[in-house]
Design a protein around this ligand. Structure first.
Ligand SMILES: Cc1cc2nc3c(=O)[nH]c(=O)nc-3n(C[C@H](O)[C@H](O)[C@H](O)COP(=O)(O)OP(=O)(O)OC[C@H]3O[C@@H](n4cnc5c(N)ncnc54)[C@H](O)[C@@H]3O)c2cc1C
Length: 1068
């Protein structure tokens, strides 16, 4: 049937339909064809219907493995090993064996095993059936098989193994859970009866070519050879020669992939050797026995589920039971979050005559727009209009710190993803299909993409910042040693669950009501008013809650809101747009990638005396917050260390990438990462424990930072000592050393890393907040403040604060939403200061109301809250109050080096232990202990959640998440398939969090401390634990001293840093 496709689950077809505009009007579902679901066990193997799902196949194979003799099940066990790491459970429940084979993906996890095992396929057509062997001739080209177009796959025959036959399968991906392979393989060897002489060898690799390939030459050369070190050597050399990849191979990672091909064989070699030594008489031809140090290489990856403890201080014994401040109460929306009942922006019911908008974005990084042709698009079904810069009634210039951006690009595009126009249509599919048909003609200009490009072209935003303390030159002269180094820290995508979303509803007289997923309702109001050319009082911006922001909805949300508002203005209809994940990732920018250079002078006892650092951040095509991010990077260039002489220089590179922006940590993670690099190098050079060097250089009470802020009530040392004790650091360090002595190919590492995070906006005016509290006649309280609820529990904490001041149960208090109509000119919910700022504003408003109610309480001391409210109402006392707060004495002038950028620091220390597989670059997070000072926590349950969440997000930053761009500035990694955030399996197996006791903070509401961003950097403990483990691995190859490890520490970087004989073989 023309234009039909066979698909059980249609994973690949769905992707083609969604992203490649392919249409399959008819889809045949083999799941419902009985002949394709038959499972049949025979004497020499098992036949599985092509429509069997992977989950069903797993169950069946497990049963068969349990029934058969062990030696017969080698292929089946290899298939089970691959299925364990194949996609996620949801995919395995619906994807079929046949679909996986027929997709003919070069990285299919199962095809290499089938090929190595010599599986056979039953295929059928109207002409009859035939049997096809899955050998080196089966795959004919990229996604092409030996099946004719009119044939379908009926079933697959998987053979049982004979005595003397051994099979294994391996897979290496970026992330263990639910990720496609970088390289995978299936390997089979059959020995001559009772010997270690190879009779048959089949190796099959995925990820090494456009099809699953078998290195035939290598296999043939090893036939007749004994399974010993000579064979190993020859196999590795032969594989290195045969499994080549050109430097332009799609997917890159060429050296890593080639190393994996050889390393996998080494694992197979050892695994087979181990079995041989068990199965055949050692005196009879088998000369080699695997050394116990090497057996670790043969153990498959496995990780226990996570567990952990959370410690916090209980409220004082006398605290009134209805006073919930300091108690671990649940997030007020937690149940709605987990049941799916919580209303997010796109859940708002559709308005009558509502239309949908889809954006048209640039496919070029830097180009002049020659022509925009929307003619074809306008003829498409449901399309209402095309809008562009010409339709902006107010100003097309926009931006958050300076107006250096456009609502719609006019003559010039400066990044791929730059919004040029938008299609408005009756439905989302119509709008999106039409948007793809808008033709843009460009005249390309030379783009600047990377930091390196920017340095070569001196493309920097001004000013270039410098921060200096002491005399750096003199410090270097006094030092015993000086080291220089470099690290590249990759960027990060916010990956909030709810992508950017706006609904704009035009009202009368220039009014517009906006429902927006934003951290900055007031900023949205300002920029929409500017774009529409109306005063701000005509624009209402409302936010119920947002599904994560992490900084990505502080400024970048207005990219969409302004466009949607212009469309609503033009059409006079409500307009909705929620970006698809790929659009969101393409358009909105993320954390700044950063290149850092360092020069550090130190004494051989580990004391650091002088540091000179330079940061280059990739800011992208507009300034956005990049200058403030760079300032923070510099404010934290010292890490947590008192360095007498220190200098930092910061360049924000102007490039043709989508503008990078605020992201949890706001430059601090990059700033501190460099500090941890140099201090790590110092410990290696001095031959001292990194823990000792870090401890020795920590800040103490009264020390001044390079920007002149005095360390007051510093609890860094307390956190440090407690973390050392809780983690049992010194004993475990010895155990790690012992483990590493006993294991050649698995290494463990541990690191203890401190953090200090400056709290407050570094510019003075933003450190203000407002609240509006209404008490209604029935005694219920409507609480509003300027902060946005984004899952962090801000509203819950604000209710706790109001409840204490008003002395009423939290059930009487309700927060409905954040709106520009209730609290004007609110600062964005950012800089970790939401609770500090809004908490004090709420406190202020509630105090005012309490004072107004006091006379009524005194008149009727035994009365209820409702009595007092009624009495006050009848006495015509206002039951509504605004509250306001500004942090005193805050704000730093970078040019004059005056003022204080922070109100105080939040401190914490984490100790992490990891295990790496030196042959594949895999790593396991074994244990993390965190001690944090959060003052008197307002809500320990929420605060510990913030610590755990920030830590895991940091894990993504430092070990997993990698944004990849084409040389022309087009983002490749536009979704969860390519871009891997941490999964459940990445959480440390043991994960303990301790809140420091008895450490009230006199600078914030009820002696609490800010928590949102500070814990993120603690995940660097995992990065440095990995680096520690690599150091042990390198020592096995006789390599000592410091080495460069860029972030994230991906399997590729870990494997290649563990330099050994295999890397030498393939890396030229
Ligand atoms: C989120 C996600 C994660 C994934 N992770 C992995 C992974 O870890 N490892 C891995 O190897 N793959 C992975 N994949 C790929 C996926 O496994 C395959 O796409 C899937 O197995 C295909 O099975 P299906 O039944 O959905 O096939 P469909 O998508 O329905 O079909 C795929 C193709 O095969 C054809 N076809 C299907 N059945 C037959 C038949 N019986 N005879 C002839 N042609 C047929 C269809 O016409 C179509 O061309 C992943 C996919 C997704 C979406």
């Amino acid at each position: 049937m023309q234009n039909s496709t066979l698909g059980a689950f249609c994973s690949s077809r769905c992707i083609e339909m969604k992203f490649k505009n392919k249409l399959y009007p008819v889809i045949l579902a083999p799941a419902f064809i009985p002949e394709m679901n038959i499972i049949c066990q025979k004497n020499d193997g098992i036949s599985l219907g092509a429509a069997c799902t992977l989950t069903r196949s797993t169950t069946v194979i497990q049963q068969v493995v349990a029934e058969l003799q062990d030696y017969q099940t080698e292929v089946l066990k290899a298939i089970l090993e691959q299925l364990q790491w194949f996609a996620g459970q949801q995919i395995r429940n619906v994807a079929t064996l046949g679909g996986n084979i027929m997709t003919a993906s070069p990285i299919s996890d199962l095809n290499p095993v089938y090929m190595a095992a010599g599986c056979k396929l039953h295929v059928a057509s109207k002409d009859g059936t035939r049997l096809l062997k899955m050998d080196e001739n089966f795959f004919r080209g990229y996604r092409k098989t030996a099946l004719e177009p009119h044939e379908i796959l009926l079933s697959i025959e998987i053979p049982y193994t004979r005595k003397g036959e051994y099979v294994a399968a391996y897979k290496q991906a970026t992330r263990r859970d639910d990720d496609i392979a970088i390289v995978n393989c299936g390997m089979k060897v059959y020995f001559k009866d009772g010997t270690n002489v190879v009779d048959e060898l089949k190796l099959s690799y995925g990820g090494m070519a456009a099809i699953t390939v078998m290195p035939k030459k290598t296999c043939q050369r090893l036939i007749g050879r004994e399974w010993n070190e000579n064979l190993l050597l020859e196999a590795c050399m032969q594989l290195a020669e045969e499994m080549t990849l050109s430097s332009s191979t799609p997917g890159g990672k060429v050296e890593f992939r080639r190393t994996l091909a050889v390393s996998f064989f080494f694992k197979f070699y050892l695994a087979v050797l181990k079995k041989l030594s068990q199965n055949i008489n050692n005196h009879n031809n088998v000369h080699e026995v695997i050394s116990t140090r090497y057996t670790s290489a043969t153990e498959p990856f496995c990780k226990d589920p996570s567990s952990g403890v959370q410690f916090f201080q209980a409220v004082p014994p006398g605290q009134y039971h209805e006073d919930l401040v300091g108690r671990p109460i649940m997030h007020l929306s937690a149940e709605r979050h987990t049941t799916g009942e919580a209303i997010y922006c796109d859940d708002i019911p559709h308005f009558e005559n509502e239309l949908y908008l889809a954006v048209v974005t640039s496919t070029k990084a830097h180009a002049k727009i020659i022509a925009i042709d929307a003619e074809e698009a306008l003829k498409m079904p449901g399309v209402i209009c095309f809008i562009s810069a010409k339709d902006v009634p107010g100003s097309n210039a926009t931006g958050h710190t300076v107006y250096d951006e456009t609502v719609f690009a006019e003559d010039l595009v400066t990044c791929v993803g730059h919004i040029i126009g938008a299609i408005v249509a009756d439905t989302q599919p119509h709008a999106q299909q039409a948007a793809k048909s808008v033709k843009i003609t460009y005249e390309e200009l030379k783009p600047i993409i990377t930091i390196q490009d920017a340095i070569e072209n001196q493309s920097f935003y001004q000013p270039i910042y410098k921060l200096e303390d002491g005399d750096v030159q003199r410090g270097f002269e006094e030092a015993d040693e000086i080291i220089e180094g470099e690290i590249y820290i990759g960027g990060q995508e916010h990956f909030y669950l709810e992508t950017q979303c706006t609904i704009a509803v035009p009202r009368e007289d220039g009014e517009m009501e906006l429902f927006v997923s934003t951290q900055d309702a007031a900023g949205t109001q300002t920029l929409v008013a500017k774009a529409l050319g109306v005063p701000a009082n005509r624009i209402i911006c409302r936010v119920k809650r947002i599904g994560g922001g992490f900084g990505g909805k502080e400024s970048r949300s207005t990219l969409l809101s302004t466009v949607v508002a212009v469309a609503a203005h033009k059409t006079h209809c409500p307009i909705r747009c929620m970006l698809d994940r790929d659009e969101d990732m393409l358009i909105t920018g993320g954390r700044h990638p950063c290149l850092g250079h360092y020069k550090v002078g130190f004494l051989m006892n580990g004391k650091v005396v002088s540091v000179d650092v330079t940061y280059y951040s990739n800011a992208g095509n507009s300034k956005d917050f990049s200058m403030s991010v760079m300032q923070r990077m510099l404010f934290h260039m010292d890490g947590t260390y008192k360095i007498a002489n220190i200098r930092g220089t910061g360049y924000a590179c102007k490039t043709n990438l989508p503008s990078n922006t605020a992201f949890r940590g706001f430059g601090v993670p990059q700033g501190m990462m460099l500090a941890e690099c140099w201090i790590n190098d110092v410990s290696l050079k001095c031959g001292l424990l990194a823990e000792a060097v870090r401890r020795m250089n920590l800040y103490s009470e009264g020390d001044l930072t390079p920007f002149g802020m005095k360390q007051e009530n510093i609890t860094l040392q307390r956190c440090w000592e407690e973390c050392v004790i809780k983690s049992n650091y010194h004993d475990r360090r010895k155990q790690i050393e012992e483990f590493n002595r006993q294991h050649r190919w698995k290494k463990r590492g541990m690191a203890i890393i401190p953090t200090q995070y400056g709290i407050g906006f570094t510019v003075s005016f933003m450190n203000q907040a407002g609240a509006l509290v209404h008490i209604y006649k029935d005694g219920s309280v409507l609480l509003t403040h300027g902060g946005t609820e984004m899952g962090q529990g801000l509203h819950t904490k604000m209710v706790q604060v109001a409840s204490r001041v008003l002395q009423i149960p939290t059930e009487k208090i309700f927060v409905s939403e954040t709106s520009t109509t209730t609290v004007p000119n609110a600062s964005p919910t950012a800089a970790s200061s939401g609770s500090d700022l809004n908490g004090m504003a709420v406190y202020n408003a509630c105090q005012i109301l309490s004072q107004r109610l006091e006379p009524f309480k005194q008149v009727n001391p035994k009365g209820t809250w409702e009595d007092w409210i009624a009495a006050a109402y009848f006495e015509r006392v206002s039951l509504s109050a605004t509250g306001f707060y500004k942090i005193p004495d805050i704000g730093y002038n970078f040019e004059k080096k005056e003022g204080q950028p922070y109100s105080y620091f939040t401190y914490g220390v984490a100790c992490s232990e990891v295990e790496i597989d030196c042959l594949t670059g895999d790593h396991k997070n074994l244990r993390t202990d965190i001690v944090m000072d959060l003052g008197n926590s307002l809500n320990p349950a929420i605060d510990i959640g913030q610590i755990e969440g920030a830590f895991v997000q940091g894990l993504g930053l430092f070990t997993l998440e990698e944004l990849q761009y084409s040389p022309h500035g087009s983002l490749y990694t536009r979704g969860p398939g390519m871009y891997k955030i941490p999964a459940a399996g990445d959480i440390p197996t043991e994960f303990n969090v301790y809140l420091l006791r008895d450490s009230p903070n006199n600078k914030a509401i009820y002696s609490s401390k800010a928590v949102g961003e500070p814990p993120l950097f603690l995940s660097a403990s995992v990065f440095f634990a990995i680096k520690d483990a690599i150091t042990f691995a390198r020592a096995e190859s006789g390599i000592k001293g410091s080495f460069r490890l860029d972030s994230p520490a991906t399997p590729e970087r870990i494997r290649l840093a563990c330099a050994d004989e295999f890397t030498t073989l393939v890396c030229i």
